[in-house]
Write a protein that binds this ligand. Structure first.
Ligand code: 4HQ
Length: 260
């Protein structure tokens, strides 16, 4: 069974989040195991101190190395085999769906949650990968750890009810998702696209492909460089790019006209 250890100075924050929703159910029924470890349990002083001032001066505090080393010693003593130790930090490599897929095939993953200005640099000797969930600064690594565990756990068979929803989903082939609609067919004067009510499944599949490609081209063109497109999608993309260029050209001509 896939299992995670999360090491944090704020276990309540992590535990609470893991009790709810899809992950809560997966943990309750034993599909995955998550152990939340309080970093303060691995301190040796009366006041359970986990942080200290930075050598060289400067603002903020740094997570002390010994509690993290002792926590990793305790986790590693409980099991054999290769160790995957993740540190969440803005300095890490971007956490992507591809990384989630790779981690979902690993038996046991440890996630260290940073805090304050960060962790003592020497802790990185025990870290196998440093991951960032995005280019912004949070108050701690707890939310990133939960993001990583959530994205990895939902790929574990049995965690998400409908396996097909994982297989067919947007990032699977590196494209954004197509638009979704449900009943009613009209709400506040807004209709569902006719094609989705047509019952023509070949048409519907093509429409969804086109929508997914158009959205990706519009919002995340960077994704298209690595997307795994089939023949039909390559043709649709060419049409869309052609339409787009034509739109720009026409826009320019209109502009010329207004300036006359
Ligand atoms: N933090 N992706 C600062 C993040 C972060 C991110 C975690 C805040 C580490 C020291 N982690 N601590 N973005 O902002 O992963």
């Amino acid at each position: 069974m896939p299992s995670f250890d999360i090491v944090t100075i704020c276990p309540a924050m992590v535990t609470q989040a893991l009790e709810a929703g899809v992950l809560g159910r997966a943990i309750a029924n034993g599909t995955i195991r998550v152990t939340v470890r309080d970093l303060r349990d691995f301190t040796a002083d009366r006041h359970r101190v986990v942080d200290d001032v930075p050598y060289g001066g400067g603002p903020g505090m740094v997570l002390k190395p010994e509690p993290l080393f002792r926590a990793l010693d305790a986790i590693e003593a409980e099991r054999s085999g290769p160790k995957t130790v993740i540190l969440t930090s803005p300095q890490g490599r971007p956490f992507t769906q591809a990384a989630a897929e790779r981690l979902s095939r690993i038996e046991h993953v440890v996630v260290l949650c940073g805090r304050y200005e960060g962790v003592d640099e020497r802790v990185r000797t025990r870290v196998t990968e440093e991951l960032s969930i995005g280019d912004y600064v949070l108050t701690g690594g707890e939310l990133p750890a939960l993001v990583v565990v959530d994205a990895v756990a939902r790929l574990v068979p049995g965690v998400v009810g409908d396996e097909a929803s994982i297989e067919g989903e947007s990032f699977n082939r590196g494209l954004l998702d197509f638009p979704h609609y449900t009943r009613p067919a009209v709400v506040d004067g807004l209709s569902v696209p006719d094609v989705l009510l047509s019952g023509n499944h070949a048409e519907i599949r093509r429409w969804r492909k086109r929508q997914a490609l158009a959205r990706t081209l519009e919002r995340r063109p960077d994704l298209l460089e690595r997307a795994a497109l089939d023949e039909e999608e390559r043709i649709i993309l060419q049409e869309l790019q052609h339409d787009r260029l034509r739109g720009m050209w026409n826009g320019r001509m209109e502009g010329d006209h207004e300036r006359d």
